[in-house]
Design a protein around this ligand. Structure first.
Ligand code: LLP
Length: 442
C-alpha cells in the first residue's frame, strides 16, 4: 500500500482514506464512488512548488495538468496552493474559469485547438497559449489583430527524447502528432514564423516527453535539449526564451511492478531537472528562464481510489475466477485501453490474507471490460466493498456513459470529512440531450 497517502487499515479492519472509513463512505455515498484525499493532492502540489522555490529561487511555477482530473474543486485546490494549471480544451478552460481560477495563470495546450476554443481563450484572457501548428499561429494572430491585442505564446517543440513508458503515452518522439521536431529543423522554422507575427508574443518553448516515466535521466536529457535549442535560436534568430515549460510525466505507483516513490523522490526528480537547466544556462551563456513543469498524474493519481460493491462471482475451474463489480470500463478505462495494472483490496476485510487470484470484471457488455486480471484477493463475496487504488488520474477524466451507465460521483475527504465534488448522475442526466424528431413519433 502507498505510504504517502493517508491510506491505512483501521481498528475495524476497514480501509481508511483521509480519516474516513471506506465502508462508511460506500454506505453513505453508494458505489461506484471516486474518492479523493485532499491532503495528498495538496502535499504533491507543495513538493513541486517548494522544490522550485528552494532550488530555483522561486523563478518558476507548477502547472497542474488538469487533463488528469478536471472539476471545479480541483481548480479551487490548485488556486489555494497558488499554482497554475494547464488546460487542453474549451471544456477544461470553462471549468477552470467557472471555478474562479485566474486566467493569467492558465496555459492552453492542444495539437488542434478549434477556432471556437481559441476565441473562448482570448475572451477569457488566458495567460499563455502553446502553439502547436502553423494553422494555429495564423488563426490566433488574425484573431488578436482583430481584437487589437498581443497574446503571449509558447511553441511546442519535440526534443526527440525516448522515454521508457507505454507506447501510447509517448509524445515527444519525432513521429508524434505533437510539437515541432528540433532534429529536422521544424522547431526553428516555426519560431521564425511566430516571431514574425505582429500580434503574437513568443515567450519560449514547451515540451512534454511522455507520461508515467520513472527514468530521471529522460527528463534531464529533455531539459538539456530544450536549453541547447534555446541557445541555437538565440544565436541564429537573436531571440532568447524567457520561459521554458518542461511538461509533466513523473510516474506513480499502481502495482507491485512500479517503484513506490516518496515525496522526496519527486523532489529529487525536479532537483535533477533544475540542475540540468542551470548547467545549460551557464554553458550557453543564457539568462535563467522562468521554469514551468506540468505534473498531472503525480499530483492526483495516488490521491484517488475507487470503491465498488462486489456482485456476481463466476468461477471457471482451472481457468479463471471473475469477481464482478458495479463499475467497469465506463468509469475505469485504463485496463481496457492500456492493460494497466492496479492494486485491489477488500475495503471491508482489509486485514485478511489474500488466498486466491481473481480477475475483476466490470458490468459492461464487452468481454474486454476488465479492471484487473489475476490479482490477489481474499475470497470475495457478493456485497463486499472492493477498493481499487491509484485511480485519481485519467479515470474520471476519461470516463464515459458507455452502456448508459452513470459516471460515478466523486467525493473529497479530509480529516474524516467527506464532501461531494461531483454529484451522482441520474437517469434524467442520461437523456437530457436526447431528442426524438417528430417524424419518428408518428
Ligand atoms: N503536459 C502535457 C502537454 C501533456 O500532454 C500531459 C499528459 C501532461 C502535461 C501531464 O502528464 P502527467 O504528469 O499526467 O504524466 N491517458 C493516459 C495519459 C495521457 C497523458 C497525456 N498527456 C493514461 O491514462 O495513462
Amino acid at each position: 500500500m502507498n505510504e504517502r497517502a493517508t491510506l491505512r487499515v483501521n481498528e475495524k479492519g476497514h480501509l481508511e482514506i483521509g480519516g474516513a472509513d471506506c465502508v462508511e463512505l460506500a454506505n453513505r455515498f453508494s458505489t461506484p464512488l471516486y474518492v479523493y484525499d485532499e491532503a495528498h493532492i495538496r502535499n504533491m502540489m507543495r513538493v513541486f512548488k517548494n522544490t522550485i522555490k528552494e532550488e530555483y529561487n522561486g523563478n518558476g511555477q507548477v502547472l497542474y495538468a488538469s487533463k488528469a482530473f478536471s472539476c471545479e474543486a480541483v481548480y479551487a485546490i490548485a488556486r489555494s496552493e497558488k499554482i497554475g494549471v494547464d488546460v487542453v480544451s474549451g471544456g477544461e478552460l470553462y471549468t477552470a474559469l467557472k471555478a474562479g481560477f485566474p486566467a493569467e495563470e492558465i496555459y492552453f495546450h492542444g495539437n488542434n485547438k478549434l477556432e471556437r476554443e481559441l476565441e473562448f481563450a482570448l475572451d477569457g484572457k488566458v495567460g499563455t497559449i502553446v502553439v502547436d501548428s502553423y494553422r494555429e499561429a495564423d488563426i490566433l494572430n488574425e484573431m488578436c489583430l482583430t481584437r487589437g491585442i498581443k497574446q503571449n505564446v509558447l511553441v511546442r517543440i519535440n526534443p526527440g527524447v525516448e522515454a521508457h513508458t507505454h507506447a501510447y503515452v509517448q509524445t515527444a518522439r519525432t513521429d508524434s502528432k505533437f510539437g515541432f521536431s528540433v532534429a529536422d529543423g521544424a522547431a526553428k522554422n516555426v519560431c521564425e514564423y511566430v516571431l514574425a507575427k505582429s500580434n503574437l508574443c513568443l515567450k519560449g518553448y514547451h515540451c512534454h516527453i511522455g507520461s508515467q516515466i520513472f527514468e530521471k535521466q529522460s527528463f534531464v536529457i529533455a531539459a538539456e535539449k530544450v536549453l541547447d535549442f534555446s541557445s541555437t535560436i538565440k544565436k541564429e534568430l537573436g531571440f532568447e526564451a524567457s520561459i521554458i515549460n518542461l511538461g509533466g510525466g513523473f510516474g506513480v505507483w499502481y502495482a507491485d511492478d512500479d517503484p513506490k516513490l516518496k515525496l522526496n523522490d519527486y523532489n529529487d526528480y525536479l532537483k535533477a531537472v533544475i540542475s540540468a537547466v542551470k548547467r545549460k544556462v551557464k554553458e550557453n551563456n543564457l539568462k535563467e528562464p522562468y521554469l514551468l513543469i506540468e505534473p498531472g498524474r503525480s499530483i492526483i493519481a495516488e490521491a484517488g481510489i475507487t470503491l465498488y460493491t462486489v456482485g456476481a462471482i463466476k468461477n471457471i475451474p482451472g481457468i479463471k475466477k471473475y469477481v464482478a463489480i458495479d463499475g467497469g470500463m465506463f468509469e475505469s478505462p485504463r485496463y481496457a485501453l492500456y492493460q494497466s495494472k492496479y492494486t485491489v483490496l477488500l475495503a471491508n476485510r482489509a486485514n485478511e490474507p489474500c488466498t486466491e487470484k481473481v480477475s475483476i470484471a466490470g458490468k459492461c457488455c464487452e468481454s474486454g471490460d476488465l479492471i484487473a486480471v489475476d490479482v490477489p484477493l481474499p475470497e470475495a463475496k457478493s456485497g463486499d466493498i472492493l477498493a481499487v487504488l491509484t485511480t485519481g488520474a485519467y479515470h474520471y477524466s476519461m470516463a464515459s456513459n458507455y452502456n448508459r451507465n452513470f459516471i460515478p460521483a466523486a467525493i473529497l475527504v479530509n480529516e474524516g470529512k467527506a464532501d461531494y465534488i461531483l454529484k451522482p448522475q441520474t437517469y434524467e442526466d442520461l437523456v437530457r440531450n436526447d431528442l426524438i424528431p417528430e417524424r419518428l413519433t408518428k
